[in-house]
Every structure is written in structure tokens, then in C-alpha cells.
Design a protein around this ligand. Structure first.
Ligand SMILES: Nc1nc2c(c(=O)[nH]1)N(C=O)[C@@H](CNc1ccc(C(=O)N[C@@H](CCC(=O)O)C(=O)O)cc1)CN2
Ligand SMILES: Nc1ncnc2c1ncn2[C@@H]1O[C@H](COP(=O)(O)OP(=O)(O)OP(=O)(O)O)[C@@H](O)[C@H]1O
Length: 191
């Protein structure tokens, strides 16, 4: 129900709202040292009404940051490929899912995310402790447990609209908090 409610608010945004938010989000995200100073960022290509990441991906790529993007696997785990500009993306239709833009180049394997200095995670909301509500596929839960197993500690950052930064979300035992959220009104870090 929570997921449905957050998605309903997103689907009510106009294209103009979304475009303006994406531009502000890219600036704010690039101001965050965790992203600005990263050599490798594992990010994703926003789809539909998700807070836009295109401007951010291009800015990171342009400044020489290595950007990794997810490739959805049949079991909902994620493989990774490098972002090499808008021409390096291909539209993919996974059964039952909205179309995703995925990297068309070499697959680097699920462990490629371990090289990231910062991971940008998609989410529908984050609470005051940094607990994140995802789409429910568990893809990023798996990324987080893979990072934990490898003792990798990249900065974990979520891009959201302002109304999606909330006081409290229900969590499950496997959920792990993120470090920061970037919203149009500003960034917020969690301890
Ligand atoms: N832009 C973006 N890329 C991403 C994610 C994401 O959340 N956003 N993912 C995050 O893990 C992975 C893909 N996971 C996805 C999970 C569900 C749906 C989807 O279309 N869900 C339907 C509902 C049907 C269902 O529950 O499967 C929907 O949201 O309308 C799409 C992608 C990797 N890439
Ligand atoms: N490390 C893991 N390995 C395999 N499955 C996992 C792992 N962690 C969580 N899951 C499973 O993934 C499913 C979705 O979990 P949850 O509802 O927390 O998704 P979410 O965090 O909202 O989604 P996402 O991680 O894709 O953003 C659950 O069935 C959960 O048991």
C-alpha cells in the first residue's frame, strides 16, 4: 500500500515539474562530496516519473567519473555495465516490468558494484534513519548484502522528491540504511 501511494504521487507530477526537479537534483547531487569525489559511481537510469538521473549521469560522465549502470537479471539480481553517454543505452523490456534503459556494452558481472565509491540507489522513500523503501524486487537489498559480504563501504545515496523523505518507514531484517538522500529542497545525511 505504501509503495502504491508513493507511486501515485509521482504519477501525478507534470512533465514540467519532473524536468525542473531533475535539473535541481543533478546540481544538488554534484554538490555532495560523496558523489563529486567518487572515481566510480554505480548509478541507474531513471524511468517514467522517477526523480531524473539523466543530467546527473551526463555530468558525472563528462567530468571523467566512471559510471556503472545496472542490467536486470532474470532473478532480479543486477549485473553492471559502463555508461558511455546517451548513445550507450538500449531500451530493454523485461516481462511484467516498465521498460528500462540499460548499458549496451560489456557485462562486468554482479561483483562490479564492489568497485564503486558511491552507489546511487533507486527508492520510493527514505525515513529519518535512512531506511529505504524500494520497488520491492530486492535487487538493491542484494547489492547491499554483496557490499557487506565484501566489506566494501561505498557512500549510499538516494535521489527523491521532497515528499518522499518521511519520518518513518516499516523495515524488514534484511533492510540496511543509506547514508544520504538528495531532494530538490536539499541533501540530508543520516548517522
Ligand atoms: N530506473 C530504475 N532502474 C532500475 C531499478 C529501478 O528501480 N529504477 N531497479 C530497482 O531495483 C532495477 C530494476 N527493477 C525493477 C523492478 C520493478 C519494475 C516495475 O516495472 N515494476 C512495476 C510493478 C510490477 C512489479 O512489481 O514487478 C511498476 O513499478 O509499475 C521495474 C524495474 C534495476 N534498474
Ligand atoms: N540478500 C538478499 N538476497 C536475496 N533476496 C533478498 C535479499 N535481501 C532481500 N531479499 C528479498 O527481496 C525481496 C524484496 O525485498 P524488499 O521488499 O525489502 O525490497 P526493496 O528493498 O523495496 O527493493 P529493492 O532492494 O529492489 O529496492 C524480499 O522477498 C526479500 O526477502
Amino acid at each position: 500500500m505504501l509503495r502504491r501511494d508513493f507511486l501515485a504521487v509521482r504519477s501525478g507530477l507534470t512533465e514540467d515539474d519532473a524536468r525542473k526537479a531533475a535539473a535541481v537534483l543533478a546540481d544538488r547531487a554534484l554538490d555532495l562530496p560523496e558523489l563529486a569525489d567518487a572515481r566510480t559511481v554505480a548509478a541507474y537510469v531513471s524511468m517514467g516519473s522517477e526523480p531524473g538521473t539523466h543530467a546527473l549521469l551526463d555530468a558525472l560522465h563528462a567530468r571523467g567519473t566512471r559510471v556503472l549502470l545496472p542490467v536486470l537479471l532474470p532473478d532480479n539480481d543486477l549485473d553492471w555495465g559502463a555508461y558511455d553517454g546517451p548513445g550507450s543505452l538500449v531500451r530493454v523490456q523485461h516481462p511484467g516490468k516498465i521498460d528500462l534503459l540499460e548499458p549496451s556494452g560489456a557485462r562486468l558481472g554482479p561483483d562490479a558494484v564492489l568497485a564503486a565509491d558511491a552507489v546511487l540507489l533507486p527508492g520510493l522513500a527514505v525515513d529519518a534513519r535512512g531506511m529505504r523503501l524500494g520497488r520491492g524486487g530486492g535487487s538493491y537489498d542484494r547489492v547491499l548484502s554483496r557490499l557487506e559480504r565484501a566489506a566494501a563501504h561505498p557512500a549510499l545515496v538516494v535521489l527523491l522528491y521532497d515528499s518522499e523523505v518521511v519520518a518513518h518507514l516499516p523495515e524488514e531484517a534484511h533492510d540496511r540504511p543509506v547514508h544520504a538522500v538528495v531532494a530538490p529542497s536539499g541533501a540530508r545525511r543520516f548517522r
